[in-house]
Design a protein around this ligand. Structure first.
Ligand code: GLV
Ligand code: MN
Ligand code: MN
Length: 410
């Protein structure tokens, strides 16, 4: 391993370990958007940036941002970064790798006293996972200036609104428009692959061609709660049994079509007692596909079959869309630049799509954007077993640095 790239990679891996200590639910890593752990992680991120002489701050929508000036003050900026919120019981690399790698790239430039034709803006988004609030990607939407006005009014499971959480975090919900980024010319995100392709092919890095579009819905099924012993089977309106049939219908629809994936990741049952027929079941639906048209068709089919199940079982169904992100085709100029950067660090380029969603799909609505993937062990992600090697981390850092150094605006 080249000593010049080994040491920043080692520091980056150490920081990833340190950041994993910021959790709302120890010993598991759970750092939901705008939580206390997120606030402490953001403060740590700022402290690391400050150590390298960079001014970093929390913007009105809860992103951590820092700017490294180019050769000419006020130069157009290349923005790089990823997110520092996590799912529940998360791995330590999803998001944090790209956010801290961005900081590391800039630290390398600062340490060498190098100024580029562009400024480099580092961002650590705070709302990529969409686990706490239903509507998601508010950090990147804030930068791109495409947040829906009602984003701030959504509430988490404890009734806390995003507005309240943002104030506690140090954001400024009354001036969200001020988060809109100006002077940016492109965005690039480094991320773990979260799938098995690179590992299966023995490749450390890949360049993303496109990101699956996603729709999320919340389903509420209302039946009638009743005594588990005294309610005859044929007279029940069991909300959970109806939800179970619906969940299997969702799975069947996704199995029916290649590349369509559908997940019910959350299910809450009321009243939730061993001797009570469930009166209400709420569940989440997450649907992804590479083509928006196919995803929309699947959403319509699923809505129709769930309504049919509800009608047959005599329960009420409310389906509410909570999140919609169109598929994004990565910008050809960024893809080409990343391919060259990957080749420059001695890795054969591999182009691949992303099944997971990323802030890049929102940033790409306003700027040319793209992503670099790093292989992860067994393709595992959204799981504490998530793992990458330091050697791969070093290569990714070298490739991202090369991309940034070679990038020219316009
Ligand atoms: C984020 O990880 C997502 O794709 O849901
Ligand atoms: Mn992620
Ligand atoms: Mn994730």
């Amino acid at each position: 391993m080249d000593a010049r790239i080994d040491s920043p990679a080692r520091r980056l891996m150490a920081r990833l370990d340190a950041l994993a200590a910021f959790t709302d639910d120890p010993p598991r890593l759970t750092r939901l958007c705008l939580s206390q752990a997120h606030r402490r992680a953001a403060a740590q991120f700022i402290a690391w940036a400050n150590e390298s002489g960079l001014d970093a701050y929390v913007d009105p929508v809860g992103n951590v941002r820092a700017r490294y000036e180019g050769a000419a003050p006020g130069a157009p900026a290349l923005m790089i970064g990823s997110h520092i919120d996590t799912v529940r019981d998360a791995g330590r690399y999803d998001g944090a790798l790209g956010a801290l790698a961005a900081l590391s790239v800039v630290e390398g430039l600062a340490a060498a006293g190098r100024r580029l034709p562009v400024a480099v803006e580092v961002v650590a988004f705070g709302d990529e996972e969409g686990v706490r609030f239903p509507y998601t990607l508010t950090g990147s939407r804030g930068l791109a200036g495409v947040n829906e006005p009602e984003a701030l009014e959504q509430r988490d499971a404890s009734g806390v609104s995003m507005r309240e959480a943002l104030i506690a975090f140090g954001g400024d919900p009354d001036h969200l428009a001020a988060a809109r980024a100006e002077g940016v010319v492109a965005f690039v995100e480094l991320h773990i692959e979260q799938g098995p392709v690179l590992e299966a092919e023995g490749r450390p890095l890949g360049v993303v061609t496109a990101i699956n579009g996603a729709t999320r819905l919340s389903a509420v099924v209302t039946g009638t709660a009743g005594h588990a012993g005294a309610s005859p089977m044929e007279l029940r309106r069991d909300a959970l049994a109806a939800a179970a049939e619906m969940i299997l219908a969702i799975e069947a629809r996704a199995r029916h079509e290649p590349e369509l994936v559908a997940t019910v990741g959350r299910l809450d049952v009321e009243p939730g007692a061993v001797n009570v027929v469930p009166g209400r079941a709420r569940f989440s639906i997450d649907l992804r596909a590479p083509l928006d048209e196919r995803r929309r068709r699947a959403v319509a089919d699923i809505a129709a079959s769930l309504s049919a199940i509800a009608a047959r079982r005599g329960v009420r169904l409310e389906l509410t869309p909570t999140h919609e992100a169109p598929a994004y085709i990565c910008h050809p100029r960024i893809v080409a630049g990343l391919e060259s950067a990957v080749a420059a660090v001695g890795v054969g380029p591999r182009l691949l799509p992303s099944g997971a969603g990323h802030d890049t799909m929102v940033m790409g609505q306003r700027w040319p954007a793209g992503m670099l993937f790093v292989r992860c062990k067994d393709g595992v992600s959204h799981n504490p077993a998530e793992s990458i090697s330091q050697d791969d981390c070093a290569l990714a850092l070298a490739a991202l640095t090369r991309f940034v150094e070679d990038f020219r605006p316009g």
